[in-house]
Design a protein around this ligand. Sequence first.
Ligand SMILES: NC(=O)c1ccc[n+]([C@@H]2O[C@H](COP(=O)([O-])OP(=O)(O)OC[C@H]3O[C@@H](n4cnc5c(N)ncnc54)[C@H](OP(=O)(O)O)[C@@H]3O)[C@@H](O)[C@H]2O)c1
Length: 334
Amino acid sequence: METRSLGTTGPRVSALGLGCMGMSALYGDADRAESVATIHAALEAGVTLLDTGDFYGMGHNEMLIGEALRSAPAARRERALTSVKFGALRGPDGSWSGYDGRPAAVRNFAAYSLQRLGVDHIDVYRVARVDPDVPIEETVGAIAELVEKGHVRHIGLSEVGAETVRRAAATAPIADLQIEYSLISRGIEDEILPAVRELGIGVTAYGVLSRGLISGHFARDRTLAANDFRAMSPRFQGDNLRHNLDLVEALRATARNKGVTVAQCAIAWVLSRGEDIVPLVGARRRDRLTEALGALDVTLDAADLAAIEEAVPAGAAAGDRYPAAQMAHLDSER
Ligand SMILES: NC(=O)c1ccc[n+]([C@@H]2O[C@H](COP(=O)([O-])OP(=O)(O)OC[C@H]3O[C@@H](n4cnc5c(N)ncnc54)[C@H](OP(=O)(O)O)[C@@H]3O)[C@@H](O)[C@H]2O)c1
């Protein structure tokens, strides 16, 4: 599989990473056996980057990845790289109660993640959201100490703005910034992308299918479980949903002309944005994974890109990408 570098200091990884969140949380029920089979199929296809967060199902996602790694052939397991987010605080009822980026908490989170994953180091470690009470230098400095001790290989960032990227990069080498980027979430293009490029920091893009909204598979009348993030997401509500799915129909016509699926078109568009960008795909079934990997074979020329942009112009989506309370936690949206 094609590979790309996570910035100038990070590892070389498969051009598409597998985001495992939906296998444990936030998108309704998932099938455990199919999730493990999907991770195995991804490793077999040459995917090396597995993304998770310790708070995805309160440790469930890390244990699932640990199980999949243990039961994978040794050669594939050894090529796998883990990208882990920490910092989100949860309650026993699944509630969210803020972020903790204090150095003592960073060490504590890492100790538990290593155990749950069953690995002796984490390849890329990042705070999910900036703790407003802890300077980013302290949080990144604590990860840098874990790097020195061999528990972590590289430092990443998540959903931070250009100023925070600069402060973090002045503290320690940063491999990548993980941030939402898709045809309908292009907010990074003005300031954040130029800043990470200037600093030699890569991007792992999430939400490339906008959580399924622009996958071409999201039905207008789909009922979402109360614990599904999308039941609260502004882009999936009422008129916003209708408008956004109209954009998808325009994209479907463009994809059809190209002989690819809507999801492949959307993923290929993110891949086309630069060699420094690695899309994470949230496949949790093998058929979805196969479709997503097909995007690697899609070459978009100038006419294709123009047609895609005409179908889904920048800024065309209706609704914010997170509910207001969660938008307030995004350093990247300040
Ligand atoms: N740093 C952050 O703040 C942050 C935030 C969110 C996520 N992430 C990471 O990014 C990863 C990607 O998650 P995402 O929600 O952004 O993923 P996504 O790829 O935008 O969306 C995944 C959703 O798309 C649907 N889908 C339909 N066709 C698909 C296909 N061919 N391939 C893949 N998915 C398809 C899946 O639905 P069905 O399963 O119902 O078919 C799934 O619900 C997560 O797993 C997580 O690791 C990071």
